[in-house]
Every structure is written in structure tokens, then in C-alpha cells.
Design a protein around this ligand. Structure first.
Ligand code: ADP
Ligand code: MG
Ligand code: MG
Length: 929
């Protein structure tokens, strides 16, 4: 009988070779996999081992127990670590000390705190004293360990926010009794007493002894990491970031190195490039004579990494070497943690660094220019929505300068998340959520943030903190969420109790609810509300206030877009109803109009009067009279659009909304309309009544209007064709596509098509000039999708109106869904709002069926989508896979759609071909019959 192989649960790293590597993130977690990789590329990493995520999964599947093989494997790896570090765990002469670190696949700030100095007890601490000849250091390490272990593993911590931390309390008492204020003034003897007092508190409050046995400490800490996977913070973080609970966490157990062994020791964190701006500069901070969390916690303000060059040139040079080696190896911007122990540099962590959307784009484009990565890789590294940060508003500089000259500059902090935000101040995450729910723009202001604040941070427009660096919690989370953030604004004095803040040396008091403005690109914080201004890209492309050559940001954007365009196979059009919108969309790269809603034009100027006259008319004669007034106005509108859209297709939808939308509803407006049109009020009221519908969304609208009142379609189509001929005569190329909305049965389309073709013929004959055009339909009813083969016999193109198609497939009115849909999302009944991201499984199936059936009749049928989804990345990806020819979205989303389409083409290169092949196969099968 074949012996089944023992599963491997523990992976060693250290020395010259590790058992793991960076590709093994699923098994070893991000931290473990990268520690192994750093060993493999020759960087100095304190030896250790990783207990895999499979153990976590096992732990939860088996009543919180471990696989039986684990213990032996842990002991074996521990022995290897001891050998490598030439020390023994628990030894009374030469003890090995360990850190216990959690590490999931994706970095999770909500997880367990790291435990440092594990293995210390009353005996090993003596050895540490002898070894270092530094009793103060030894006892400081010991008392930190007891406090950390007591908190994280044993659970002695404040029950609610208002309680003081039990260990802090003891520490404060100690300082008070000794008449000192700083931790560093505590003597070795004081620290030794603290250890005893901490332990007594554990005994007293928890009724248990602090575990002296190092092995018990180790297993206790490991259990705490696995348990932390299911703690509240971690669960919230996973939900917000879409991380499945099944992934589990790994545990990293690693030999300690000490950054607090004196002035030749230190610890720091750095990014290989600036994570906010993306500039190619080494960016970080460090502290001398400090351990672990001191840098991140924001208790002491760290020094900029450039200072290390003066302080320790040798270590600095080595660190720069590691920076370059890591970037070259990973071909990405990394975030690193390091510790210097008595002049020797150790690497403690590296991972792909979080960055703002702004930086993500700059870094990706720069790395292509440096030939570090390919254009394809660059495109795949940028989430399309991150482009928003390049397009995002900035403050009006002159207004900001004015505010500053008026003394409104409150403070300056770190520019942790670029962009400009103005809003009302909230001093707690909870209040931020409440205020945002009421429709306010909110700036969340905290001394520092913690994982409990994520929901409030999510609700806020901007985040401002008084403490912490570029790697503080606030900065990290803000960057990930794409929020405007100013961090570490040291001069702010925030008083939660009074609900106000001041800034050192200024007499402005900001109370909760007052407006402030924060500039996440410069770090400035100002009192009052500032207006925001278009981004540089928008200034170059749209407002034309800036020259392309003057804006490096624009150049980066332009390069990226050029690459995206060379790769994508789907076209990107825009939804626009006016010449100026159309021009903007072209500047953003739109290749046509996918949806021009004619009714939007009905509201401009005097048009609405003619529209109302038409609606009130008693007979066809009266309607025609009113429509004749509208004709020249509509024609003018179309001329404007055709001129701007020269050479590009323009899809124009005939009238869609129910007629009552064009009538006034309240008494005053009705009276006014009656006076202007010189009709009795009663007539309008009667009309309103006759047009009243219980369910307008499913009522008298779309092509149903044109079927009942063909003269409306006639007028609109005439306006389109006259405009088309006129603009063609100006030597512009006009490509009109007439789109009939809300078709459910092919016969509706046939009737409307006949009108279009008849009017076209008439106009061309009158004007003595022809224009090529298409007649197609929107597919926005399930019946249309299901009978798309019939419809395609008439239609020359399809455009999926996924807003209505979502409404009609779900049987859900978008306008009424606000009352309950959010609950559906919150409780995971629906994964996402289907009006935001296309429901691929349901509505998407209709898009697939419609496309396939349509193309089974017309092989090259042009198919697009013009719902809001056309600018949403996951929906764009779906459209690519379904073989659509184009997506159409609002002008400001056009760049996002272009990038999303390129990414889709890279991720699914065969999609278009297979989508076509299927129809070809069907066709030839048909022929055989
Ligand atoms: P996080 O996941 O929150 O970044 P880490 O596991 O990286 O937590 O630990 C936090 C800090 O603890 C690190 O930045 C590092 O300074 C310190 N630390 C962890 N392991 C060790 C070690 N083996 N030696 C010295 N310091 C360590
Ligand atoms: Mg870390
Ligand atoms: Mg519709």
C-alpha cells in the first residue's frame, strides 16, 4: 500500500535559502512568501518559519485544533532557526527570541498585532542582560512583551473606548510615582518592577499566571493569530475589500533582531518610490534606538529616510542597494520594513506597496519608460477607476492663495492622498457616517485612525489626522480607498470631548460641522470651504487652460491612453445630447455617440412650449402644427452635434419618456402654462389625468409613442436627416444611426423603420443629396433579447439599454429601489448594485442571448451597450467577453472605459474570436440543413 505523503504545514526561511517563494502567497500569506523570496535573492532576513494558511483552514474546520503533524514540523523548523541564529529558544545562557506575525494573502490592517520578544521570562531575561550588558534594554523588551502578550493573547485590554488600557495605566502610575514624564527616563529597576506589576495585573484580572514557559508562549501566540482571523475588525475589513473568509491567515515565527539596542540601532519603513505622487524617489522614515511599531504608531515622529545618509552612510548605501535589487526583482514599487541592529541591516518585510491611483499611473508609465515592465503589464496594473484621480478636481489656486493670505491656513501635514476636498468636520467615524448619510460632504478629523474607523473613513470625502506618518493607518487606508488625505498634521490640537480643534499659534477654532478644506496633494489644511477646479488633464483637454507640454501629468495620461487604444478591440462611444458634451467626450477619446437622448433637447429654451402644445393638441392636425415649430429647433440641435462629431457615428434615439414628464404638475406652473398657451387650466388638468399612469416605467413610452403618434417620429427623423444633409454640404462626414427605443416585438420596429425610410427618401429627394444611415433598436426588454433573431431581420444594429433591461429583468424600478436595495447589498443578497455594475449572471445572460441571436441572422450585426454600465470596468470586461463592438458611457468615464476595454482585451484575448466563431458555426450548420 502506498504511503500517503505527510502534508507540509511549516516552511523554513533564513540563511541563503528558503523553502517558500513569492509565488506561494496563497499558502504562506503575503508576508511569509515575501520573507522567503528576500532570502532567495540574497537579502539578510532573520531566520524563521511560516505556518501555512491551510493550518488556519484546518483550525476552523476542526473545532479550533491543529493537525497532528504540526507540532513535530514546528519543532524541526525551530531547530533549524536555532542553528542558523546560533541561539536556543528558552535557553538560560543564549536564548533565541521570536516575533509572531500574522500574514494573510492580502495585507490586512485589521488583523492581530505582532508579538515581539517572545521567549522572555524571568530566567531568559537574565541571559539577555549578560549578553548585551544592558539591563535597561532587557527589561524594557521584557515589559513590552508581557504587555503585548497580555493584551493580544490573553485578552487583558480595555472593554470599551472610554476605559484606559490596563498596562498603560500601570505605566502611567509608575512614571507618576517616580516623578518622570518620559518612558525613556524609566530605569532598569523601574522596568523590572513593571514586569512584576503587569504579571500581577494579569493574575488579578484574568485569574491566570503569565506563561513562563517559552513553548507555551509560542503556541499561545500562534492560536491568537488564528483566532484573530475571525475578529470583528478583520471581518469588517474583509467585507469592505472583498476578501473571502476561506483564505485564512498564515503565522510567521521569526528570530528577533533589535532596533532598540542603542544609538547604532534603529528601525524604519520605506517605499521604493513615493506612494502618493509616484515620483521615483526613495521614500520613507526611520527612528534610532526604537523597536517595531514605534515608527508606525506615530508616538515618536520619525526622521525622513534621506537623513540616514548623514547618520549612517554605510547602512544607507546598503539600503539603497536593496531598494534597487528589490525593484529590479519584483518589477514593482515595494513597501519595506527594516531594522538595524548594532550597525547591521536586516530586512523584515517587503510587499508590493499601496499607492494612490495617481501614483499607480505614474509608476506604471515610468516603469515602461525605464523598460522595467511592458505596456501590457502597465495597463494591467492600473484599476480603471484609479484614473478618476487624474481627472479629479483640485483647488482653485488663486482662491487658495487668497484664503492663505487671509490667514485661513490652519496647518500643514503630509500629502498622503492627493486631490482636493472640502467638507464639514466630523470628529468620529460614527459622526462622519451620520453626516454623510444626510448628504453632507464630510472631512473626518482624528488624532489618529485605527481599524475601527474604516466605515467612517469610507463615508468621508477626506481624512485628516494629527499624528502618524506616510505609513500610518490613515494614510494607508486612505490611499487604498482613493480618498483625499492629509496625515500627521502635528500642530493640530484636537479635543474630542469639546468637539473642536485648534492649530498651534492660530486663534481659529474649528467646531464639529464647520467647513474645512484639505489639499491631499500639498498637505495643506484650510479653514472654510474652497471651490475646487478641474484637474490638469481636464484643464488640458477640456477647459484648455493649460498646454499639454506644460503638464507632466497629462503626458503620463496621454501615454497610457495611447497604449490602451492600441490594445483594445472594443470601441468606446459616449452618451451625449449637446455639442459641448460631445466635444468633451471626443477630447476624452470617444469614437462616436452611442446614445443621444432627443428628449433632453426638448427642455431647452422655447422648445418645451412647442412640446406642450403638441401634447395638448386634440388631433393629428394640431400635433403636426406644434411639431412643425419643433422641427427647426431640433434640426439645429442635430446640426451642432453632427458638426462636432464629424466622421464619427452618432446614434440618435427617438422620443422615449412618457409624455406627462413634459407637463407641469403643480398648480402654479399649470396656471402659468395655461396663460402662455392661452388654454384653460382645466384642459391641462384633464390631459394630465388622461396621461396618468400607475407604472410609467412600463407605460406609454418608447416606441409606443411613435406607434400611436407616427407624426412625432416623422418630425424627429426629418430633423435628423435635414441636419445630416446640411452638415454634409459643409463637407463634414455625417454618420447618423436612428435608434428606436423599447421595442418588444419586431412589428413595432417594422412600423417605425418604415417611417424612417420614407422620411429619409423624401428629404434626400427634396435636398438632392443622400446620406448613408442605419436604423437599429435598443434592446432593453427581455422579450426583445429573447426574440433578437426576429428583430435582427429588420434592425441594422443593436444597442443594449442595460438600465431599462436591468429594471425589466429584475422587475425593479430604479427610482423606487433606493428604499431597500442598499439593504440587499449590505446583507450580500446581491453582490453589487445591479444599476452600477451589470448583473452578468441574469441581465448579462440576456445580453449574450440577444447578441448571439442577432448575429445568427446578421453575422456582422453591430452591437453595443449604452446603459450606465458602459463606463463601469467589470461591465466593460463582460461586454468584451460577449463580443460587443462598443460600449458607450458619459464623457468623463470615457478614459476609464478605454482602459477597461484594453485590460479586457489583455485578459481575454480570444473572446471576440470565439464569440464570432460560435455564430459562424451556427450559420454553417443552418446552411447544411
Ligand atoms: P504588520 O503586518 O502590522 O506590518 P509586522 O508583522 O510587520 O506587522 O510587525 C510589525 C513590526 O514589528 C515590524 O514593522 C517590525 O518592526 C517589528 N518586527 C516584526 N518581526 C520582527 C523581528 N523578527 N525582529 C524585529 N522586529 C520585528
Ligand atoms: Mg509589517
Ligand atoms: Mg430605456
Amino acid at each position: 500500500m502506498a504511503k500517503t505523503k505527510t502534508p507540509k504545514y511549516v516552511y523554513f526561511f533564513g540563511g541563503k535559502k528558503a523553502e517558500g517563494k513569492s509565488e506561494m502567497k496563497n499558502l504562506l500569506g503575503g508576508k511569509g512568501a515575501n520573507l522567503a523570496e528576500m532570502v532567495n535573492i540574497g537579502l539578510p532576513v532573520p531566520a524563521g518559519f511560516t505556518v501555512t494558511t491551510e493550518v488556519c483552514t484546518y483550525y476552523y474546520a476542526n473545532n479550533e485544533t491543529y493537525p497532528k503533524e504540526l507540532k513535530d514540523q514546528v519543532l524541526k523548523s525551530l531547530a533549524r532557526v536555532e542553528k542558523e541564529m546560533k541561539a536556543k529558544f528558552g535557553d538560560k545562557k543564549n536564548p533565541l527570541l521570536l516575533s509572531v506575525r500574522s500574514g494573510a494573502r492580502a495585507s490586512m490592517p485589521g488583523m492581530m498585532d505582532t508579538i515581539l520578544n517572545l521567549g522572555l521570562n524571568d530566567e531568559t531575561v537574565q541571559a539577555l542582560i549578560e549578553k548585551t550588558d544592558n539591563p535597561r534594554f532587557a527589561y524594557d523588551s521584557y515589559r513590552r512583551f508581557v504587555a503585548m502578550y497580555g493584551d493580544v493573547v490573553l485578552g487583558l485590554r480595555p472593554v470599551d473606548k472610554h476605559d484606559a488600557d490596563p498596562f498603560e495605566e500601570i505605566l502611567d502610575k509608575k512614571k507618576e510615582s517616580k516623578g518622570i514624564t518620559k518612558d525613556t527616563d524609566l530605569t532598569a529597576e523601574d522596568l523590572k518592577e513593571l514586569v512584576a506589576e503587569y504579571k500581577a495585573a494579569i493574575k488579578d484580572k484574568l485569574g491566570m499566571d503569565f506563561p513562563e514557559n517559552p513553548m507555551d508562549q509560542l503556541w499561545g501566540a500562534m492560536g491568537a493569530v488564528f483566532s484573530s482571523w475571525m475578529n470583528e475588525r478583520a471581518i469588517v475589513y474583509r467585507r469592505l475589500n472583498g476578501i473571502p473568509a476561506e483564505w485564512g491567515t498564515a503565522v510567521n515565527i521569526q528570530s528577533m533582531v533589535f532596533g532598540n539596542m542603542g544609538e547604532d540601532s534603529g528601525t524604519g519603513v520605506a517605499f521604493t518610490r513615493d506612494p502618493a505622487s509616484g515620483e521615483n524617489v526613495f521614500y520613507g522614515e526611520y527612528l534610532f534606538n526604537a523597536q517595531g511599531e514605534d515608527v508606525v504608531a506615530g508616538i515618536r515622529t520619525p526622521l525622513p529616510i534621506a537623513d540616514l545618509k548623514k547618520d549612517d552612510a554605510k547602512v544607507y548605501k546598503e539600503l539603497i542597494g536593496f531598494r534597487n535589487a528589490l525593484e529590479k526583482h519584483y518589477k514593482d514599487m515595494l513597501d519595506i520594513e527594516f531594522t538595524i541592529q548594532q550597525g547591521k541591516l536586516w530586512m523584515l518585510q517587503c510587499r508590493v506597496g499601496k499607492r494612490t491611483g495617481f501614483a499607480a499611473i505614474k509608476i506604471a508609465v515610468d516603469m515602461v519608460r525605464q523598460k522595467l515592465i511592458s505596456k501590457e503589464t502597465a495597463l494591467l496594473r492600473i484599476e480603471p477607476d484609479q484614473l478618476n484621480q487624474l481627472l479629479r478636481p483640485i483647488f482653485d489656486l488663486s482662491e487658495k492663495a487668497k484664503a492663505i493670505s487671509e490667514g485661513k491656513l490652519l496647518a500643514k501635514g503630509l500629502n498622503a492622498g492627493p486631490g482636493a476636498a472640502s467638507g464639514k468636520v466630523a470628529f468620529s467615524a460614527y459622526d462622519a457616517e451620520l453626516m454623510a448619510a444626510k448628504g453632507n460632504k464630510v472631512i473626518l478629523v482624528r488624532i489618529e485612525t485605527s481599524p475601527e474607523d474604516i466605515k467612517g473613513m469610507n463615508a468621508a470625502d477626506g481624512i485628516l489626522t494629527a499624528r502618524g506618518g506616510m505609513t500610518s493607518h490613515a494614510a494607508l487606508v486612505a490611499r487604498q480607498m482613493g480618498k483625499v488625505c492629509v496625515a500627521g498634521c502635528g500642530s493640530l490640537q484636537i479635543d474630542y470631548k469639546k468637539g473642536e480643534m485648534r492649530s498651534e499659534g492660530k486663534d481659529i477654532v474649528i467646531k464639529e460641522g464647520d467647513y474645512i478644506s484639505i489639499d491631499g496633494t500639498t498637505g495643506e489644511v484650510l479653514a472654510g470651504e474652497l471651490t475646487t477646479k478641474p484637474s490638469e488633464v481636464v484643464q488640458v483637454l477640456i477647459t484648455k487652460e493649460m498646454k499639454a507640454a506644460k503638464s507632466p501629468v497629462y503626458k503620463t495620461y496621454a501615454d497610457l491612453m495611447k497604449w490602451a487604444d492600441s490594445i483594445r478591440t472594443m470601441k468606446v462611444r459616449t452618451n451625449a445630447d449637446q455639442p459641448d458634451q460631445s466635444a468633451n467626450a471626443i477630447a476624452f477619446g470617444a469614437e462616436g455617440i452611442g446614445l443621444c437622448r432627443t428628449e433632453h433637447m426638448f427642455f431647452g429654451g422655447d422648445r418645451i412650449l412647442a412640446v406642450r402644445e403638441m401634447i395638448l393638441a386634440d388631433d393629428e392636425e394640431g400635433r403636426k402644427k406644434a411639431l412643425a415649430k419643433l422641427l427647426p429647433l431640433q434640426r439645429e440641435d442635430f446640426e451642432g452635434i453632427f458638426r462636432v462629431m464629424h466622421d464619427k457615428p452618432v446614434t440618435i434615439r427617438t422620443l422615449d419618456p412618457p409624455l406627462h414628464e413634459f407637463l407641469p404638475h403643480d398648480a402654479k406652473d399649470i396656471k402659468e402654462m395655461a396663460d402662455i398657451l392661452n388654454v384653460p387650466v382645466k384642459k391641462i388638468k384633464d390631459k394630465l389625468e388622461s396621461l396618468h399612469e400607475f407604472n410609467p416605467m412600463l407605460g406609454f413610452r418608447g416606441c409606443r409613442l411613435g406607434v400611436s403618434y407616427p407624426e412625432i417620429t416623422e418630425m424627429q427623423v426629418r430633423a435628423i436627416f435635414e441636419a445630416a444633409v446640411n452638415v454634409t454640404k459643409e463637407r463634414k462626414k455625417v454618420l447618423p444611426e436612428i435608434m428606436i427605443p423599447l421595442v418588444g416585438h419586431v412589428n413595432e420596429l417594422k412600423l417605425q423603420e418604415a417611417i424612417v425610410r420614407k422620411v429619409a427618401k423624401e428629404v434626400f429627394a427634396e435636398k438632392g443629396k443622400k446620406v448613408n444611415y442605419l436604423v437599429g433598436t435598443m434592446i432593453e426588454l427581455p422579450r426583445a433579447a429573447l426574440t433578437a433573431d426576429k428583430i435582427a431581420e429588420v434592425a441594422e444594429f443593436f444597442s443594449f439599454g442595460t438600465n431599462d433591461l436591468t429594471q425589466t429583468t429584475f422587475g425593479l424600478s430604479r427610482d423606487d429601489a433606493g428604499g431597500f436595495l442598499p439593504r440587499y447589498i449590505e446583507n450580500d443578497i446581491l453582490p453589487r448594485d445591479p444599476f452600477e455594475a451589470l448583473d452578468q449572471e441574469g441581465v448579462g445572460q440576456l445580453v449574450q442571448i440577444g447578441t448571439q441571436k442577432g448575429r445568427s441572422v446578421k453575422e456582422n450585426l453591430k452591437v453595443g451597450i449604452c446603459g450606465e454600465h458602459g463606463g463601469e470596468p467589470s461591465s466593460v470586461d463582460f461586454c468584451h467577453r460577449t463580443g460587443l463592438d462598443y460600449v458607450s458611457c458619459s464623457p468623463f468615464r470615457v478614459p476609464i472605459a478605454r482602459l477597461a476595454a484594453a485590460r479586457a482585451a489583455l485578459l481575454h484575448p480570444a473572446a471576440k474570436k470565439t464569440a464570432t466563431k460560435k455564430t459562424v458555426a451556427k450559420k454553417s450548420a443552418k446552411k447544411k440543413k
